[in-house]
Design a binder for this molecule. Sequence first.
Ligand SMILES: C[S@@+](CC[C@H](N)C(=O)[O-])C[C@H]1O[C@@H](n2cnc3c(N)ncnc32)[C@H](O)[C@@H]1O
Length: 310
Amino acid sequence: MSDSAHTPDAPDSAPAPRSTRPKGEPRFPDGPQADPAGSHFERRIRSFQPRRSRVTAGQADALQRLWPKWGLDIDGSRTLDLSELFGNANPVVLEIGFGMGEATAQMGADDPDTNILAVDVHTPGQGNLLNLADRNGLTNIRVANGDAIILLREMLVPDALDGLRVYFPDPWPKKRHHKRRLIQPEFLTLAATRLGPGALLHCATDWEPYAEQMLEVLTAHPDFENTQSDGGYAPRPAFRPLTRFEGQGLDKGHVVNDLLFRRVQHQDVPLREHHDVPSRDHHPEQSGPAEFRREQPAPSDVTEQPTTGA
Ligand SMILES: C[S@@+](CC[C@H](N)C(=O)[O-])C[C@H]1O[C@@H](n2cnc3c(N)ncnc32)[C@H](O)[C@@H]1O
């Protein structure tokens, strides 16, 4: 996040005492691993800046206590059975880049029938979100540590998700860093395979040039359609709380734009081959907020879809 237009997170309580652990020993035994996908899934261009961030005593405690229960390292070594991960077959929404997690916890509390798989690389934020979930008795949030691209590509099966939320992704304002921006055509192609038909992709940003880029690439992408009849930005849906970074942007006079696009009906077969996880037999169109319910395609829609013959 070092190149973002925002200021760094302020510590929210006392920092953990300076570690005396011997070199090479994990920072949090039983907690999130540093770079869990390691060199075997190294990505050259990353949408985040690895940071050595201070972890408060409360966050460290939450990481130690709750990671074994609610944490997940993105190591790219297996596909996830989301029903098993959450202990139920409710719809699952992926949130990429939850930061300190306050908005995530709020959405989890507001909609207990939707599971949130929240991913970030930011250790203090992971501890903070675990703490918030614990304090508020939220059982519908899981915290994933690592690169969301590897999570999507290696660990989620096609159609696994009922929604995707990307709120205030790092704007990477310098031109030479634009390639690091998350919302690009290749990312959308990958994300589309993991979203079920009718699932919503919801982005928000306070960086207007990035909002314009998002609108352009999403509008051009064949796997998504704009939910807005005028083809433009959406009003902020009631289910999205203000986020920490949004607040910082608003303080600077930035304009916030939301984008709400729907995954269109699949026209081809899924990309990946390791479908060793059975598909979930839930009916997401019957639960969760209306915005994240999948639309049931009419029978005629299904039969009229062109096939690839594959
Ligand atoms: C600018 S912050 C926004 C945080 C939060 N959504 C908010 O609005 O307060 C963006 C976050 O996305 C995370 N991030 C960026 N790329 C990521 C990726 N590929 N995988 C996981 N997290 C990522 C960063 O670590 C950072 O915490």
